[in-house]
Write a protein that binds this ligand. Structure first.
Ligand SMILES: Nc1nc2c(ncn2[C@@H]2O[C@H](COP(=O)(O)OP(=O)(O)OP(=O)(O)O)[C@@H](O)[C@H]2O)c(=O)[nH]1
Length: 244
């Protein structure tokens, strides 16, 4: 059997960027990017593994040296993947425990997930295993587009996760594994493009839920709730609670 092609690539692609603050929660402008596919990507992983740095490199082409724990940031960017235009809404999530309350919502809304750990931290690898289980449970779908990213590959002398371990997990989960470095911009575009390809493939195969990206859009949820409440308030037979 021919050896499996390694997923450890050197970067070959630089995306054209249209970065601006996302409207992850408020929906995209219906008229913009009418002919392109639009997907919601969620970047997840333990605190300090480099989620924000990978996202900033991908979207803005910039390196951030300082560490400022994320609460939640979102970005919108357009890239060409296999000659198709794809608009990505990227949600950079908080790795720190105190900010994880929104996780269920991200997982329901997201269509593709970048699971990031640091090759210098075994515990960060263990954390993405839990995140993957949660994604599959919440979406009730074993075939969610996922890319596993072992970041900080430039810190080879501090490596504590052997590359073989990453590949073993990749095989077990059926998800591609890349070792990347936000610092040197190694494999930064590749991880996002791989995710785009998976999402496109899923949609082309008719396996994607057409409303998935919007299903748990909080603004739609609150609008619908408001309409339901208004409808209920107009009902003259509605039982009322009176405080005397
Ligand atoms: N050497 C090296 N350092 C990195 C790399 N990526 C991120 N860092 C550093 O790691 C620290 C944390 O990076 P962040 O991108 O803020 O990590 P995060 O995962 O977003 O952290 P939270 O917001 O807490 O979830 C920063 O000081 C970065 O400069 C990398 O590829 N190589």
């Amino acid at each position: 059997m021919p050896p499996k092609q390694s997923r450890y690539h050197q970067p070959t692609f630089v995306s054209p960027y249209i970065p601006y603050l996302s409207r992850w929660y408020f929906g995209a402008d219906a008229n913009s990017h009418a002919s392109s596919r639009e997907y919601h990507v969620v970047v997840l992983g333990a605190g300090g593994v480099g989620k924000s740095c990978l996202t900033a490199q991908f979207v803005h082409n910039e390196w951030i040296e300082s560490y400022d724990p994320t609460i939640e940031d979102s970005y919108r960017t357009q890239i060409a993947v296999d000659e198709r235009q794809v608009v990505l809404e990227i949600l950079d999530t908080a790795g720190t425990e105190q900010f994880v309350a929104m996780r269920d919502l991200y997982m329901k809304t997201g269509q593709g997930f970048l699971l990031v750990f640091s090759i210098t931290s075994t515990s960060s690898l263990n954390e993405i295993a839990g995140l993957r289980d949660e994604i599959i449970r919440i979406k009730d779908d074993e075939n969610v587009p996922i890319v596993i990213c072992g970041n900080k590959a430039d810190l080879e002398d501090q490596r504590s996760v052997p590359r073989t371990k990453g590949f073993a997990i990749s095989q077990r989960w059926g998800a591609p594994y890349y070792e990347a470095s936000a610092r040197t911009r190694t494999n930064v575009d590749e991880v996002f493009i791989d995710l785009c390809r998976q999402m496109l493939r899923k949609e082309d195969a008719g396996l994607a839920d057409p409303d998935e990206g919007d299903k748990f859009d909080p603004s739609r949820y609150y609008r619908r709730r408001k309409r339901r409440r208004e409808h209920r308030d107009r009902d003259p037979n509605r039982p009322r609670c009176v405080i005397l």
